[in-house]
Design a protein around this ligand. Sequence first.
Ligand code: TNX
Length: 533
Amino acid sequence: MVAVTAVAQVSRADYRVVPLPDGINGIKDNDFKLKESTLVDYPAGNRDMERNAAMLSQYIEDLTGLHLSTRPVNTGNNYGCISLQLDPKMTSDEGYRITVTSRSVIIAGKTAAGVFYGIQTLRKSIPVGKTDQVLLPAAQVVGSPRFGYRGMHLDCVRHFFSVETVKRYIDIMALHGMNRLHWHLTDDQGWRIEIKKYPRLTEVGGWRNGTTLGHNSPVNDGIRYGGFYTQEEIRDIVRYAADRYITIIPEVDMPGHMVAALTAYPQLGCTGGPYEVWGMWGVTDDILCAGKDETLRFVKDVLDEVIELFPSQYIHIGGDESPRVRWQECPLCQRRIKDLGITASAKQSAEARLQGWFTSQVQLYLTQHGKRIIGWDELLDCDIDSTATIMSWRGADPGAQGAMKGHDVIMTPVDPLYFDYYQTDKTWNEPIAFGGCNTLRKVYDFEPVAADLPADKRQHILGAQANVWTEYITCEPQIQYQVLPRMAALAELQWLQPEMKDYQDFKARLPRMVDIYKHYGWTYRAKSLIIEN
Ligand code: TNX
């Protein structure tokens, strides 16, 4: 009989992950042996670091099957441990430094968020698969993000997604080192956030009688569709995101994209309705009436509850695609224009300036409550002062112009950062998408800061974000297919200085990232790994 001895499985870490660390410097020492007996140490009494430790342990267990215990410590003997530490002397708020020697692994950050990003890098360095031991080569690995705003957007209106789906989206963001989730919660096709003072918003506005079929065809499926998040669910999601250092920025789009609210409260529109929660995609003429005081009261009441739910400093107030034809014909809007002494200018109609006034009222209200606004780049066409942050979506030029005028700017240009767009020009085997062609390569090559932007305006570009509008995205696997692996390319441009970017090198590192997607059962576009588009 032949004796069968179990052979220990050993794997080896590779720090060249996505996004690539800024530096990986070898240290002359033996490998650190990560095994089941390795402890994860964190500073006693620090709740954030305790949670960080628990997450690292969970990640390692997910990937390798090794279960590491966590341990609060007061002093420095970390022999044989992974030790999470705060180092106030580090310069970047979100940067990390991982020091691996044969004795220990130290993950340090100036903040707990920085430590979390170090944890993500370590996690991605470890090969996926059951193992008894992972060898971590002795090295110092450092990274810090180029941009402070590293966002993803999710439209939960055109299609509605469960709390679990939103949480998984947050998990995916965390893996990619992102820190802002722009959550689109209201639109013509549904109102998805419970507002206690206006229950009809979700009772009536949360549901549509049917959805257009195909590419916005006149044929409607006739199936009642909808849903909304209770305030309790929203608090839960906000907390879940915060635990992963992700701030959720809610969007209440106004004065356009409001048909769901108008259906619930028709008196808020210029014509008084009746309105119907929309089953088509696109832009409708029915928007909030700017002539009625009741409309502003409504908006402020809604924002009161939104502010309570979201600790984010920013509230997104939309402002996009707001036709002003109703305002042109509405006696109350015209009276408001007269009362305010608004006149058309060479570049702006009186109604455009009325939208500026409306937005300024909302901005003032939010400022008084310690908040700041973000709006779509249409706000640049109205009178709005430079304390409003602009989301540049109709290309990157509006953002650059906004920065010239002193606005902070977040870059989300349709081309190439709309992830609801196709990822290839060969669309015949693709799930239906909005249109366009934003390949992995185009995303990777995007540069948020225009080459000719003067040096003193560059700091206004806060970062970049990809948008996921869901007219044609009906289920979670389809969301994941649209964002993966393009999020990996976006992460790299959010983190790396431009001179460090190298598309071929990125593509060589991508398969190990995709191993993690596969491991968690996330859907992704496999073709993007092997061919250009
Ligand atoms: C434009 S981006 C919109 C959305 C659509 C999207 C589809 C923006 C501010 N408005 O309402 O869903 O295009 O790609």
